[in-house]
Design a protein around this ligand. Structure first.
Ligand code: PXL
Length: 291
């Protein structure tokens, strides 16, 4: 029997303060009418972006017990969605989880969260990059940012890379396994500071682009919010370019709603002010098809 609400297994950490990972994934997907079943990888007092001295409880040892209980209950998921991961062992566990829960062919979305602005996050190392390269083979959709795409391909982080080369990167990433590759924070030029989101779908061979206006602020967790909107949108039946539009429009609105207010950027965007946007129809669309 078809479920009346799509169900997602969300494999991310839970950071108590600061809007990232599950604190962002759950409200966005719930607002989009999707049931979120959390498989927490770790619990932190805050996320790691901009906070010192955070407290961190690694849940790697509990994950297998959680999964075994879900197996006993014969729970099925319409989508398996993973983000920030804490250890190479967690990647092995998730890889097995995808194998074990694939009988009904769920959409597998992997956001290979590893770094930004040309650098790996402090908790990441080369072993994690190698493991992530393996994990993305199992995905239908991956959403690396430009930095993560470079690490996955072992390429240099080059802000002047041409669009033609980025298309080649997306084809190479897709050849590893995922049918759809979405790269965020793609530099438009060193001068303009604008970025864009580029996407490739191997099944129809099409490339898409959505341009993002530069706002001089950096809020952690926007990547998690973007991929969550993509997941919700695709599960609602949207096409890839419409999902890209919705993701970019939501993040832009969230940043604009936050930027005029004086508070530390490390707390993330004021998600609570814009969640309702997710229930509005897409009135203007700005995606381009790349030849
Ligand atoms: O937004 C990605 C993310 C998720 N989870 C934790 C993080 C970060 C980025 O810094 O620290 C714990």
């Amino acid at each position: 029997m078809k479920r009346s609400v799509n169900r997602v297994a969300a494999i991310h950490d839970l950071s108590g303060f600061g809007r990232s990972s599950l604190a962002v994934v759950i409200p966005i997907l719930s607002t989009m009418g999707v049931q979120v079943c959390s498989l927490p990888t770790a619990v932190l007092s805050t996320h790691t972006g901009g906070f010192e001295g955070y407290s961190f409880v690694d849940l790697t040892d509990s994950m297998e017990d959680f999964i075994n209980h879900w197996k006993k209950l014969e729970i099925e998921f319409d989508c398996i969605y993973s983000g920030f991961l804490g250890s190479p062992r967690q990647i092995n566990i998730i890889s097995k989880f995808i194998n074990d829960f694939s009988a009904n062919n769920p959409l597998v979305v992997i956001d290979p969260v590893m770094g930004d602005n040309g650098k790996l996050y402090s908790t990441m190392d080369n072993e994690m990059v190698e493991k992530m390269r393996e994990l993305i083979k199992k995905a239908d959709i991956i959403t690396p940012n430009f930095t993560e795409a470079a690490f996955l391909l072992d390429e240099k982080y080059d802000l002047n890379l041409s669009e033609e080369m980025i298309k080649q990167w997306m084809i190479r990433l897709s050849n590893l396994g995922p049918k759809t590759v979405i790269i965020t924070s793609v530099p438009v030029s060193k001068v303009s500071k604008n970025t864009s989101v580029l996407a490739y779908n191997r099944e129809d061979g099409r490339f898409w682009k959505v341009s993002c206006v530069y706002i001089p602020a950096h809020y952690p967790g926007t990547g998690d919010a973007f991929t969550s909107v993509i997941v919700g949108s695709i599960l609602q039946g949207d096409s890839l370019p419409i999902a890209l539009d919705r993701g970019v429009q939501f993040i832009t609105a969230a940043i604009r709603a936050s930027y005029g207010n004086k508070y530390p950027e490390r707390e993330g965007v004021l998600l609570e002010r814009v969640l309702g946007n997710l229930n509005m129809p897409v009135l203007s669309s700005s995606y381009e098809i790349l030849e």
